[in-house]
Design a binder for this molecule. Structure first.
Ligand code: FDA
Length: 305
């Protein structure tokens, strides 16, 4: 109930317009968002790299409504890739097709994402297409498989969500392509027709998808903070003789920092998703929806300061 209310609020632009200048809300955001500028985000990446953790930079923002905004987002991604290369950081980028103009037209989204991928290819870098709500799953996967992956097989990857009923079929499709997949649980409120309403089913589906990706896929990103699943990944890798450099764990900036460092110490690869930018509100609300206890936790910390 609280989760669905928070996810509902995440889509209310008017509430963001109201809270964006409220100090308390901005402070809560700073727990999960690495500032509003490329410079603050790169500083966060430097700190992670110093701990042996790689990063994926995400310029926050979802569906844009004008071509100018889409092109501007694309330009900022080019700058991010340039800066990563200049500073020799261990980082790549994550992009949302709707932030690059897909909702205005497929052609625009495709043109802008190809500019980003051309730059990624120039630097032997990588861009992950984040997965949005189920309204976008088919469009995103079709664009990925038919219009991007053939030209950038080493530079582009996709995300699958274990909350969706279709996902094991998509895992098989991805394994046949040999493309890189990030598997996550899924952050959006979805109807029971397309997604499992029970968390236990989402978790079971995650483990099955993860096993198939680890055994037959190409360098999967295991994106979760769920320790049971992380332990299962380690156990499965040992049982099947899958070397620790054939997959990576991924977590979100500011979430389970203790576990991020522990995983690196154990000799596994760890990548942290580093969101930044002024459009932090929907992202923050999705993080609070995942763990409403964060509201009390952060409020307590802010009041203490
Ligand atoms: P789950 O929600 O079951 O949480 C397991 C445990 O992790 C909790 O008990 C708690 O201890 C801890 N935890 C989880 N979330 C927390 C939080 N916000 N604060 C503090 N502790 C928390 N989704 C999507 O739809 N499309 C996408 O492209 C991506 N991309 C993505 C990249 C990366 C690197 C990650 C880690 C996640 C995503 N996600 C995503 C989000 C994902 O779908 C999911 O919503 C979150 O990861 C939370 O699910 P967990 O797997 O962590 O498990």
């Amino acid at each position: 109930m609280l989760r669905s209310s928070l996810l509902y609020l995440s889509r209310q632009q008017r509430i963001f317009d109201f809270v964006k200048n409220v100090g308390f809300a901005r402070k809560m955001a700073s727990r999960f968002v690495a500032g509003e500028t490329i410079a603050t985000a790169l500083a966060a990446v430097e700190q992670l790299n110093a701990k042996g953790i790689t990063a994926s930079l995400d310029l926050l923002g979802e569906s844009v409504s004008s071509e100018a905004e889409a092109r501007d987002t694309g330009r900022q991604y080019l700058e991010i890739l340039d800066r990563i290369e200049q500073k020799k950081l261990q980082a790549n980028v994550s992009v949302k097709l709707t932030a690059l103009g897909q909702d205005i037209s497929d052609e625009l989204g495709l043109e802008v994402v190809r500019q980003v991928l051309d730059r990624a290819k120039q630097y032997n870098s990588f861009a992950r297409l984040d997965m949005e709500s189920s309204a976008y799953t088919d469009r995103t996967l079709d664009t990925f498989e038919h219009k991007l992956y053939p030209d950038y097989p080493a530079n582009v990857g996709v995300v699958l969500q274990s909350s969706l009923r279709r996902t094991l079929d998509d895992v098989e499709r991805a394994n046949r392509l040999k493309c890189r997949v990030r598997i996550c649980k899924g952050a959006y409120l979805e109807p029971a027709t397309v997604a499992f309403p029970d968390k236990a089913d989402v978790d079971r589906n995650y483990v099955e998808a993860m096993h198939r990706l680890m055994e037959h896929g190409n360098y999967p990103g295991i994106a979760t903070h769920d320790e049971l699943i992380i332990n299962e990944a380690k156990r499965f890798a040992k049982e099947r003789g899958i070397a620790s450099d054939r997959f990576e764990f991924q977590m979100l900036y500011g979430v389970r920092r203790d576990l991020q460092e522990q995983i690196v110490k154990e000799g596994y690869r760890m990548r942290v998703y580093v969101p930044f930018g002024s459009q932090w509100y929907p992202y923050l609300m999705r993080r609070l929806a995942e763990r409403p206890a964060n509201i009390a936790f952060m409020a307590g910390n802010i009041v203490k300061e």
